[in-house]
Write a protein that binds this ligand. Structure first.
Ligand SMILES: [Zn+2]
Length: 430
């Protein structure tokens, strides 16, 4: 069994090449989906995939997919992927390294004459980042049939529908449902990504085994008090919506700092005050908060506490408080044997640790139909989604080596077990 090499120079070239295919009028390294820069980078990726012998096509949801045949026709493919779209003012590594990793792994398999038992798919998912259509992970949603008619009808600021955008990128939206992957159609999904946080660096680790992708719950809180004159209304006769909201914001921080079965983060990132005048007691405040965790039960525990505080503040301050849930996504927990296999493949290469992903990824969608696993490499100073985003090329190369070894491990493990059609059930791990 061959081992993967660290091809630092080759990887550097790939990343640098892609970093030139960006909107130069926009800040940082900006490559928004459905733009000419995106089309240009896709064209380059397609050629690279073909150069290493992959059979390339664009699927119904406009994902770029390269396929390498396996030796056992009974096995469902193993898929490696990520995305090459960026946020406005983004960096050179987020997403890009995961797609480049797939191609580099195929190059090395070819050089070493390694035939996998499983077919291998290398995917560049369309539009992973939050898009102009108000949703993210568009391509991976489409791949598992999770783009509704309503989603396809969403419009960007220019009035272009998502359906039209997917067609522009080579997709066939009318076939998304029919071509959607189902449980058993994939044996495993693997992704290499930058951490986008400071944890690996601060712990002096070079590789991270991702234990899961956190679920996110978002709420809107409406605090109704009474607007009044800031000079003539005595302090004991006010129903100040902002001071009540401020008390709640601090309570959310306190609740998020308590200890739970899994780590949580809670944030109020948006707040609006009405009438918002310097000489008016605020009459109405609307704020939005989100909580993230790997454990669904933690959400329930947090919200019970938050609602108690809401009740208390409402009575104490004579305001009325209501909440609406804006959105929720379930956490994805990586299966125990996937974690073990990835860890075994990472350990010999350098200091490795387990950590959850606080950011969303395409794997969240693919987890609907297959087990998923992710490897993180360190982000310098924990920075991402900015031009300073940086991971040393040597560390990227090491991540690719770890991903390649993980692929070899599971190619063997899964073909000997023939667990190919196993439906992924919510495991007892959560
Ligand atoms: Zn990403």
């Amino acid at each position: 069994m061959g081992m993967f090499e660290q091809n630092k120079e080759g990887i550097k070239q790939d990343i640098l090449t892609l970093s030139t295919m960006v909107d130069k009028a926009a800040p940082g390294y900006t490559r928004r989906p459905f733009t000419k820069w995106y089309a240009e980078s896709r064209e380059w990726l397609k050629k690279e995939m073909e150069n290493c012998g992959l059979d390339v096509h664009i699927d119904a949801a406009s994902n770029l997919v390269g396929r390498r045949e396996g030796t056992n026709p009974d096995l469902s493919p193993i898929m490696i992927g990520s995305h090459t779209d960026s946020v406005v003012g983004g960096g050179r590594f987020d997403g890009v390294i995961g797609v480049v990793a797939g191609i580099e792994i195929v190059r090395q398999l070819n050089e070493q004459n390694i035939q996998l038992a499983h077919p291998l798919l290398v995917v560049d998912f369309t539009a992973e980042e939050a898009s102009e259509f108000g949703i993210s992970t568009i391509g991976s949603r489409g791949m598992v049939g999770d783009l509704t008619e309503e989603d396809l009808g969403r419009k960007d600021a220019d009035g272009c529908t998502l359906r039209e955008a997917l067609e522009f990128a080579g997709g066939r939206p009318e076939k998304i449902e029919r071509e959607a992957l189902k449980a058993g159609d994939l044996s495993l999904y693997l992704e290499l990504h930058i951490e986008q946080g400071p944890v690996l660096e601060q712990n002096e680790k070079v590789l991270g085994v991702v234990t899961g992708i956190v679920g996110i719950q978002r709420y809107e809180v409406i605090v109704e008090g009474q607007a009044n004159h800031a000079g003539t209304t005595p302090m004991n006769m006010r129903y100040d919506a902002l001071t009540a909201a401020a008390a709640l914001v601090l309570k959310l921080e306190e609740i998020s700092n308590l200890s739970y079965a899994e780590q949580v983060v809670g944030t109020v990132g948006r707040l609006s005050v009405k009438p918002n005048g310097p000489n008016i007691v605020p009459g109405r405040v609307v704020f939005e908060f989100e909580i993230r965790s790997l454990d669904k039960d933690v959400f329930v525990q947090m919200m019970e506490r938050f609602e108690k505080e809401m009740e208390r503040i409402q009575q104490q301050r004579g305001v009325s408080i209501t909440t609406n849930q804006l959105s929720h996504s379930d956490p994805v927990v990586v299966e125990e044997e996937v974690l073990t296999g990835i860890e075994k493949s990472c350990q010999p290469l350098g200091a490795t640790m387990f950590l959850p992903s606080g950011a969303g990824h395409d794997g969240m969608q693919i987890a609907e139909v297959a087990p998923v696993g992710m490897i993180f490499v360190p982000s310098q100073d924990g920075k991402s989604h900015c031009p300073e985003e940086w991971t040393d090329y040597g560390q990227v190369a090491k991540g690719i080596q770890a991903l390649g070894n993980t692929l070899l491990h599971f190619d063997q493990e899964l073909s000997s077990k023939r667990r190919t059609g196993r439906r992924k059930e919510p495991s007892g791990l959560s």
